[in-house]
Design a protein around this ligand. Structure first.
Ligand SMILES: Cc1cc2nc3c(=O)[nH]c(=O)nc-3n(C[C@H](O)[C@H](O)[C@H](O)COP(=O)(O)O)c2cc1C
Length: 283
């Protein structure tokens, strides 16, 4: 079951999707049991940005027949808060830590890369160029040329393995993935949420979510995720971390058979925090 990701040996191919498993909160509730039966072979932090962000106004979630539209807006303590409060906690996890970062331009991303460079607790960086909840990032991740420009500027600033988390909200994800590989990405992950709209109950023109639009995740996006994973697997040689609506081992296996090296469980964690453990067991 063990797999290698960018030089790091992992016990099995199931990890978490960024922002979908708050391990620090879980530890507060369940104590050391969380570490003893940790469901993932590596842990991906939620996205951090250079400065703290409060996130979007509520409501932030809207349940759909087969998933969830979220408009969380990347609330986080910012780089300094992450280093002071979250990193010491995450460093105690029994698995390697991947830190997910996002910036609105090359300067911000470069500063994040440089600040994390000497943190040996972090085994790899995941660069989020795909979150549809905020204005930053979207244009870069949806355009191969913009992404190449960003990576050319920031890749030299980190020696850590770099995973580029692609956006599904683009005309041709394979072209973007190929641009990421050519510009120094060591792996790609996909898919992030699909841009979606949740109408207020009696006024469709009024957005239900405080942030306006949101991102659809869960089983509703699995077929899109399979299509994009297949397209990207044909376009790149670097490892692929695939996600999007994975609820069961047979779903995970489909992504692995299409060429993914790892799979990530996201929205399913909210319904069942042990979903990933179940998937790993039956794989
Ligand atoms: C509530 C929520 C918060 C998320 N936060 C982040 C985030 O901070 N950074 C990120 O790169 N992706 C984030 N994502 C996207 C997931 O990591 C994943 O790419 C997406 O949800 C698709 O997988 P799923 O259908 O299994 O949830 C978030 C998704 C959800 C549902």
């Amino acid at each position: 079951m063990s797999v290698e990701l960018c030089g790091v040996e992992l016990d099995h191919p199931v990890i978490n999707g960024s922002g979908t498993f708050d391990v620090i909160a879980a530890r507060r509730v369940f104590g050391s049991a969380v570490d003893a039966e940790f469901p993932f072979s590596a842990f991906v932090s939620k996205t951090i940005t250079l400065l703290p962000r409060g996130g979007n106004p509520p409501p932030r979630l809207f349940e759909t027949p087969a998933g969830l539209i979220n408009s969380i807006g990347l609330p986080n303590r910012g780089l300094a808060g992450y280093l002071e409060h979250d990193l010491p906690e995450l460093a105690r996890l029994p698995v390697p830590l991947i830190t997910n970062v996002m910036g609105s331009n090359a300067d911000e991303v470069g500063q994040l890369f440089e600040a994390l460079e000497d943190r040996t607790e972090i085994c790899a960086l995941e660069l989020n160029v795909s979150c549809p909840n905020v204005k930053t990032g979207l244009d870069i991740g949806s355009d191969p040329a913009e992404l190449s420009k960003l990576l050319a500027a920031v890749r030299p600033k980190s020696s850590k393995p770099l995973i580029v988390k692609l956006t599904p909200n683009t005309a041709n994800v394979a072209l973007v993935a190929a641009a990421a590989e050519a510009s120094g990405a060591d792996a790609v992950s996909l898919i992030n949420t699909l841009r979606a709209y949740a109408p207020s109950p009696n006024r469709a023109a009024e957005a239900w979510l405080g942030g306006g639009t949101g991102g659809q995740s869960g089983p509703a996006i699995r077929a899109v995720a399979l299509a994009q994973t297949a397209a990207v697997a044909k376009a790149v040689e670097i490892p692929i971390i695939a996600m999007g609506g994975i609820e069961r081992a047979d779903h995970a296996r489909q992504f692995l058979e299409l060429g993914a090296r790892l799979v990530a469980v996201g929205t399913s964690n909210f319904r069942d925090p042990l979903a990933a453990a179940r998937i790993r067991e039956s794989l």
